[in-house]
Write a protein that binds this ligand. Sequence first.
Ligand SMILES: Nc1ncnc2c1ncn2[C@@H]1O[C@H](COP(=O)(O)OP(=O)(O)O)[C@@H](O)[C@H]1O
Ligand SMILES: [Mg+2]
Length: 147
Amino acid sequence: MSQFEFTSRSLADTDRLGQQIATVAQPGDVLALVGTLGAGKTRLVQAIATALGNSPEAVTSPTFVLVNEYTAGRLAVFHFDVYRLKDDDEFLELGAEEYFDRDGITLIEWGDRVEHLLPEWASVVTIELTDADERQVVVMGDLAARL
Ligand SMILES: Nc1ncnc2c1ncn2[C@@H]1O[C@H](COP(=O)(O)OP(=O)(O)O)[C@@H](O)[C@H]1O
Ligand SMILES: [Mg+2]
């Protein structure tokens, strides 16, 4: 399986990673974002969505509504946060599976919690907090092969 590693030492670095991901993103991409609270999952979604042409203010953590859609850019972004998900059914009832086939990319914070419900082509982005401003990012799967 393809793997891509990236060390971010600043928000600007994370913006550059978001730009790189946005450049290779294709409709139907599904990315599970994995990492503890404060790792930078939302920040990376913001970087990707902004690079695609959305305003950074549009990107907020969808913790309570579970999914936000940003459609002002080159590719639509479907932004899930499943931290507060009660069970698998709740995810399926959101119509999650339909999002995977839609004309856009799906980014799922805490995606490891629903990994068994994601399509086989889903990629995994693991973000590890290594210092106050430093993050170690590992991308695995389909997307990694394009980075
Ligand atoms: N290199 C970095 N990349 C991303 N975020 C960083 C970095 N350094 C510090 N941060 C900070 O880490 C926090 C990440 O928060 P957030 O993206 O909401 O995390 P999560 O969604 O994983 O809980 C933000 O306050 C951000 O400013
Ligand atoms: Mg978040």
